[in-house]
Design a protein around this ligand. Sequence first.
Ligand code: AN0
Ligand code: CP
Length: 317
Amino acid sequence: MKQFISVDDVPGVPRLVETALGYKKDPFKDRVLGAGKTLGMIFLNPSLRTRLSTQVAAKNLGMEVVVFNIDKEGWALEMTDGTVMSGNTTEHVKEAAAVMGQYFDIMAIRTFPGLKHKEEDYTEKYIKQFIKYAGVPIVSLESATLHPLQSLTDVITIREHWQEKRKPKVVMTWAPHVKALPQAVPNSFAQWINAWGEADFVITHPKGYELDHAFSGNAPIEYDQDKALEDADFVYVKNWSSYNDYGKITCTDSSWMISNEKLAKAPNAKVMHCLPVRRNVVIADEVLDGPQSIVIPQAGNRVWAAQAVLSEILKNS
Ligand code: AN0
Ligand code: CP
């Protein structure tokens, strides 16, 4: 693997999942694979899980890690080529990425969308500038439209919690939120579940929250949440802002929150969320603190996903 930006960079999803589960069994089996190599983790936005799990994963492989909160501690970056830099930006990504590429063997970047300009976000302008100018393999820590380390984790978690012969019914449901959030997590989850092909996948959301077809593909949409949830084996909860009415909140209906009453339709379902989650807005306390939630082991699996990805890139370079 040369980079990790989307599922398209992965030669085979099942094999990567097995690699990750292998590290879960034996975290230090490749403790020298990354010896003498340095991972640079560049944050343009906050993070808890992605930052810490990827750091632990890199250390398990013997790598050194440098974390740089460039949004707070670096010069203000100019991302557009050909600009007259007489405004607020101090350093162009052309130099910044190229310089950092001299220090690191692999670079990992978190860059959220602005949610103002659909075209700029959906062409992945920011992470593409890093790919273009860094000259080393780039790993996405969540970009404008995708969050592949999260989605790999999610597939690992479903695979781990599913022993039956038939395909599990996986329902991704929209839930309310007070802020406009990216579509990256749901886009990516849909893209990976589609590529994995081992689930019966349904998406449910209010009208107006349709995702970009490039990611949701042929997954059926059920606008009736109760109907969608019927007999689900996994309920993947996430808020996102509208893709069509770009970046807007067009529904605030609190009845979309996942509560025990909602889950009466899916008594055996495991409930997943990428976290951070706003309690009693997105998911009720009773669910997060109850037996159906697997959000903590799900987040635990972030380490093994990151370790599998870094090991594949290290083996390639
Ligand atoms: C971000 C999002 O929805 O993309 C990060 C999730 C991993 N969530 C928030 O900003 C709350
Ligand atoms: N799920 C996830 O990516 O969490 P962080 O934003 O805390 O990294």
